[in-house]
Design a protein. Structure first.
Length: 143
């Protein structure tokens, strides 16, 4: 969500700068051919969504004319910020992480391969499982 916030905030700023420049230079009526490279830059930054503006003035004007207008930027709302802050402060249990999912996959893989294990390996697994059960019973608050 932090990345999303940065992206949306940047795109909104690019859009605002471009719209202000378009209005200031009356681009709707006059086009962009009369603009200087410096005046054209915020317009192209918006259409390029922040990618670097390159090329000569003629190439930049051609880009402006060929590139479609980007979709309207989605503002970062108070609800979005509230969600982000709650995620930053929320305690995450180990069971909510990718590590827990990987552990489950490993257990499933071991269970699927148990028929190929030697009796000694199976006995070792049984002992480890019993030890872990005893540990969990003796320390119920640990994960």
């Amino acid at each position: 969500m932090t990345t999303e916030k940065t992206t949306r905030t940047n795109f909104l700023l690019l859009e605002q700068n471009a719209r202000e420049a378009m209005e200031a230079h009356n681009v709707q009526q006059n086009g962009v051919s009369r603009l200087t490279i410096a005046q054209l830059k915020p317009l192209l930054l918006w259409k390029l969504q922040g990618k670097p503006v390159k090329g000569t003035k003629a190439q930049q004007i051609e880009q402006w004319n060929q590139l479609p207008e980007p979709a309207a930027a989605i503002p970062w709302t108070e609800d979005d910020e509230s969600t982000l802050q709650s995620l930053k402060t929320k305690e995450i249990s180990l069971n909510d992480t990718a590590l827990a999912g990987e552990r489950k996959r490993m257990v499933t893989a071991v269970a699927a391969q148990i028929k190929h294990c030697s009796p000694a390996t199976i006995q070792t697994l049984e002992e480890k499982i019993r030890e872990e059960i005893i540990n969990k019973i003796n320390a119920p608050n640990q994960n």
